[in-house]
Ligand binder design. Structure first.
Ligand code: NAP
Ligand code: GDD
Length: 342
């Protein structure tokens, strides 16, 4: 029988890739959407699946909409990808962030428990929960130390998922996802901000890329591979929690350097601290600078994940490495700008 999957956060990066994966596997995919309209369906459109996903109205802040959709759809699998997912914004919008990222998870779990259709549940948890990291690399047993309203709320989402599994025997899994990127990443996140802005500079549409902390290190993977891990978790014999990562950490500075190279710049750094400048040796122009505007009240210095458990139990391993990821993203943005300017 055709399986039905409900995906919250369908308009986001992961929602789009997961919908594509599940459609390819023969699922009927229902996208939980809080807005309606087709203005922001660009990701589904880019993947050529906008007409294949059936949209249903759900806002994670509206528990009745969740109860109603679980009752009418009776999904075999529920993937909770919806979130206020931008860490920086969570300092400005802590209450909304907590409501969506923490309470939203509980509303979903409670709706699934109430209706008892046996829906399997995936929660998109975050490596940001490790925050002020207690060890490097981080694995499923590493102590959490969240350092932003975003990650504190995600920690509730993680533990309530574990709690519903243990208390009620629900098939509920938490994927502790390290940063994962792609050409479909939002422009507010540093990787896509870098590649989209450098592409615009390359073709004369902009002068500068202005960034915050260049020294932060992240374990950046390729998003289409991460949604496959989500699916694998729900196909396992027993529910569990898994770190999904590449095992490599790179700095924002390294990302800028590699992306600049792919974009055809010859970047050299001049100065230090907030006065540092990235200069293109070919044109002599400053193309990168730093502004304290993008520094965070509390920063995560390094994230690097140990994905051994996912490899051993799910047979999952990352395939796309850092340099290749930067190339994929930079080339996609160069292509987009070329198409835009004709
Ligand atoms: P994303 O592109 O920001 O997508 C998040 C989606 O959540 C958006 O489509 C947004 O809808 C939706 N949303 C926000 N508030 C909502 C609400 N109240 N009700 C219903 N939907 C709501 O995020 P992503 O990168 O795909 O990440 C997917 C999930 O994985 C998120 O939960 C994120 O926190 C988590 N995660 C991501 C990463 C990563 O590196 N990408 C790493 C760890 C964990 P609109 O389009 O309507 O705004
Ligand atoms: N966004 C942004 N913009 N980040 C910058 C900038 C800038 O101009 N300059 C430097 N950074 C640094 C941030 O301070 C942070 O240390 C790092 O780049 C990565 O920032 P983001 O790309 O915004 O990602 P994040 O690590 O804070 O959060 C992402 O990954 C989490 C998993 O670890 C998001 O996808 C979260 O939703 C996710 O949970």
């Amino acid at each position: 029988m055709t399986k039905k999957a409900l995906i919250t956060g369908i308009r986001g990066q992961d929602g789009a890739y997961l919908a594509k994966l599940l459609l390819e596997k023969g699922y009927r995919v229902l996208g939980a959407d809080r807005r309606g309209g087709d203005l922001n369906l660009w990701r589904l459109r880019e993947l050529g699946i906008e007409h294949e996903v059936r949209m249903v109205y759900v806002d994670l802040l509206e528990p009745f909409s969740i109860l109603h959709v679980i009752e009418t759809v009776q999904p075999d699998e529920v993937y909770n990808l919806a979130a206020q997912s931008f860490v920086q914004a969570s300092y400005e919008l802590p209450v909304i962030t907590a409501q969506v990222n923490a309470m939203g998870v509980l509303y979903l779990l409670e709706a699934i428990r109430t209706h008892q259709f046996g829906s399997r549940f995936f929660q998109a948890s975050s490596s940001a929960m490790f925050g002020r990291v207690r060890q490097v690399p981080q694995d499923e047993k590493t102590a959490f130390y969240p350092t932003s309203p975003y990650s504190v709320a995600k920690l509730f989402g993680h533990w309530i998922t574990v709690n519903y599994r243990e208390a009620y025997g629900m098939f509920a899994c938490s994927g502790i996802l390290f940063n994962h990127e792609s050409p479909l990443r939002g422009r507010e996140f540093v990787t896509r901000k870098i590649t989209s802005t450098l592409a615009e500079i390359r073709y004369g549409l902009r002068d500068r890329l202005v960034l915050g902390n260049l020294d932060a290190q992240r374990d950046w993977g390729y998003a289409p591979e991460y949604v496959e891990a989500m699916w694998l978790m729900l196909q396992a014999d027993t529910p569990d929690d898994y770190v999904i990562a590449t095992g490599e950490a790179h700095s924002v500075r390294e990302f800028v350097e590699k992306a600049s190279e792919v974009a055809g710049f010859d970047l050299v750094w001049q100065g230090e601290g907030v006065d540092i400048r990235g200069v293109d040796r070919r044109s002599g122009k400053v193309i990168v600078e730093v502004s304290p505007q993008y520094f965070r009240p509390s920063e995560i210095e390094i994230l690097r994940g140990d994905y051994s458990k996912a490899k051993a139990r799910l047979g999952w391993s990352p395939k796309t490495r850092f340099e290749q990821l930067v190339e994929i993203m930079m080339e996609a943005d160069l292509r987009r700008v070329r198409e835009q300017i004709g």
